[in-house]
Design a binder for this molecule. Structure first.
Ligand code: MN
Length: 180
């Protein structure tokens, strides 16, 4: 059984840690059959008071979610990548008590999801800074819930890959591309 077939049917999210020209996190959410993607320079926070800049970047294919390895130098995004977190999500967005499809929330510039990752859990909002505008600058914010924890700081304290246990430095040194 393939990894894909083992999933519950819930949509997925993944957070890649990516050591390209600058170290950043790529926060990716399955929306409309692709991974909508935001580059988050400081990474996700578990503190609702922290608003993390999340720059909308190009979509990736769903199959990229499990990519961990080294993108060759000279290619776009050249450098090491690890799966910093991964899991399923539940779309939280409602309007007048009715669920709003996540594709519509994305177009409206406000996505609300309940993450079921290994590191990231609970509600997160991704909101475009200019509602109705064309800005690629969004903010990633932890919602106030039981999983909010200002003291945890997973970016600092939980650096390893959730699929291999390796750090990005280890992947970089090994230089092994484990993608299919
Ligand atoms: Mn990236």
């Amino acid at each position: 059984m393939s990894r894909k077939a083992q999933t519950t049917g819930k949509p997925i999210f993944v957070v890649h840690l990516h050591k390209a020209k600058t170290l950043h996190y790529d926060f990716r959410v399955e929306i409309g059959g692709v991974l909508k993607s935001w580059a988050v320079p400081k990474g996700p926070s578990t503190d609702p008071k922290q608003r993390r800049l999340a720059v909308l970047v190009e979509d990736h294919e769903l199959g990229y979610a499990d990519f961990e390895g080294v993108i060759p130098e000279g290619e776009p995004g050249g450098g090491a990548v690890i799966v910093w977190d991964k899991g399923t999500y539940i779309n939280l967005k409602k309007h007048k008590g009715q669920p709003v499809p996540i594709e519509e929330s994305f177009k409206n510039g406000i996505v609300e999801v309940w993450l079921e990752g290994k590191k990231l859990k609970g509600g997160y909002v991704i909101v475009r800074t200019e509602i109705g505008g064309k800005s690629n600058n969004w903010l990633l914010i932890k919602m106030v819930d039981d999983y909010a924890d200002p003291s945890r700081n997973p970016v600092e304290n939980e650096p390893e890959s959730v699929i291999s246990g390796r750090t990005i430095e280890e992947v970089e040194r090994e230089g092994i591309n484990e993608s299919k």
